[in-house]
Design a protein around this ligand. Structure first.
Ligand SMILES: C[S@@+](CC[C@H](N)C(=O)[O-])C[C@H]1O[C@@H](n2cnc3c(N)ncnc32)[C@H](O)[C@@H]1O
Length: 297
C-alpha cells in the first residue's frame, strides 16, 4: 500500500499552479535587466534557477505571466520595494562563520602583526574593515572576532569599525540582529562563543552588543559604489561575490575596491575569483589558500 504523504497547508495548491514556460525572448529580457541593475550573470544554464525564483515570488503575488511581473518590478509605487524582494530571491546568500580559516589566520597572524609593528603600543589605534557582499553577517562577525581576539592578546585600546554591505536588504536585516541558530554557530570554539555571544530565551545565539556595535550594515549594490561615501580601509574582504560577475566587471570591481584601500591596506578576494589581474597599486600578499593583495603606496 502506498504511504500517505502529508503536505503542508497550501503546498498542493502551489504545486498544481504551474507557471508557464519562459520563452527565449522573455529570458533574455530578464537576464539583461538583472545584469544591468545588479551585475548578476544569467547564462542559458541558469534559466531554471530564474524561472523557479521568479515563479516563487509571482505566486505569492498572484501574478501568472512574466511580462506582467517584469513591468511590476519596474513601474509604479511598489516597484522599488518589489525589486529588493526579487533581488533577495535571486541572490545566493550561502555563508557561514569561519568560512575560510586561512583568511582569518592571515589577518591575525600575519597582516595585523605586520601592520602594527613589533612595539608594545597599539598603533594605529583604528582598524577599518569593509565586508563587501556580507550576506547575513557571518563573514564580518568572523573577521571582527578574529581582530578583537588578536587585539585583546596584544593589549591596549583600539577602535574597530566594520562596514558590512550587501545588495539584499533581507540579508542585512539578519546581520543587524546578529541572531543565529545552534547549527550556524557550530564551528565557533567555546571560548569565542562565551566571549562574543549571549544565549537568547529561545536557545539562539546573539552576537554581544559590544561586538555588534562595531559593525554597520549598509545597503549597497557594488556596481553603485562610486555613489556612496565609503572611506579608505585597512582591510577589504570581497569573497564569494565576484563569481556572479563576468570577467570585465570583476576587474572593474577589484580596481574600484583598491581605490578604497589605505596605503598598506589589504584586499581579500575569494580563491580563484580573479585571475590574471594586474593593478600597479597592489602586490600579491601571499598566504596559503587565500587570494589577497596589499596596497603598495
Ligand atoms: C555567496 S554570498 C557570500 C557571503 C560572504 N561574503 C561569504 O563569503 O561567506 C554573496 C552575497 O553577495 C551579495 N551580492 C550579490 N550581488 C551583489 C551586488 N551587486 N552588490 C552587493 N552585494 C551583492 C548577495 O546578496 C549575497 O549575500
Amino acid at each position: 500500500m502506498k504511504p500517505t504523504i502529508e503536505y503542508l497547508p497550501g503546498f498542493e495548491e502551489l504545486a498544481v499552479k504551474r507557471l508557464p514556460k519562459m520563452g527565449r525572448e522573455q529570458f533574455l529580457r530578464w537576464a539583461a535587466l538583472l545584469k544591468d541593475r545588479t551585475g548578476m550573470r544569467f547564462p542559458d544554464n541558469r534559466i531554471s534557477f530564474l524561472v523557479t525564483n521568479l515563479g516563487m515570488r509571482m505566486r505569492q503575488l498572484g501574478i501568472s505571466d512574466y511580462q506582467t511581473y517584469y513591468d511590476y518590478v519596474q513601474n509604479g509605487r511598489q516597484a522599488m520595494v518589489e525589486w529588493d524582494k526579487l533581488v533577495h530571491h535571486l541572490t545566493v546568500h550561502e555563508t557561514r562563520f569561519l568560512r575560510n580559516e586561512n583568511v582569518l589566520a592571515m589577518i591575525s597572524e600575519h597582516y595585523l602583526p605586520e601592520m602594527l609593528g613589533e612595539s608594545g603600543a597599539v598603533t594605529p589605534t583604528t582598524i577599518d574593515v569593509w565586508s563587501v557582499g556580507c550576506s547575513t553577517g557571518e563573514e564580518p562577525y568572523s573577521v571582527a572576532m578574529a581582530i578583537d581576539d588578536f587585539m585583546i592578546q596584544r593589549g591596549g585600546d583600539y577602535y574597530l569599525g566594520i562596514t558590512a554591505s550587501d545588495i539584499s536588504r533581507d540579508a542585512l536585516a539578519v546581520g543587524r540582529k546578529g541572531i543565529y541558530s545552534r547549527k550556524q554557530i557550530k564551528e565557533i570554539e567555546p571560548d569565542w562563543l562565551d566571549r562574543y555571544f549571549t544565549i537568547t530565551d529561545d536557545d539562539k545565539f546573539q552576537v554581544r552588543e559590544a561586538l555588534r556595535k562595531r559593525l554597520c550594515f549598509n545597503h549597497l549594490n557594488i556596481l553603485d559604489v562610486g555613489k556612496m561615501p565609503i572611506g579608505k580601509m585597512n582591510i577589504i574582504t570581497c569573497q564569494n561575490l565576484l563569481i556572479y560577475f563576468d570577467k570585465e566587471q570583476r576587474v572593474d570591481i577589484a580596481n574600484t575596491l583598491v581605490e578604497h584601500l589605505l596605503p598598506g591596506g589589504l584586499l581579500i578576494l575569494g580563491v580563484g575569483e580573479l585571475l590574471q589581474w594586474d593593478n600597479p597599486l597592489v602586490e600579491r600578499y601571499p598566504h596559503e589558500n587565500t587570494l589577497a593583495f596589499r596596497h603598495v603606496h
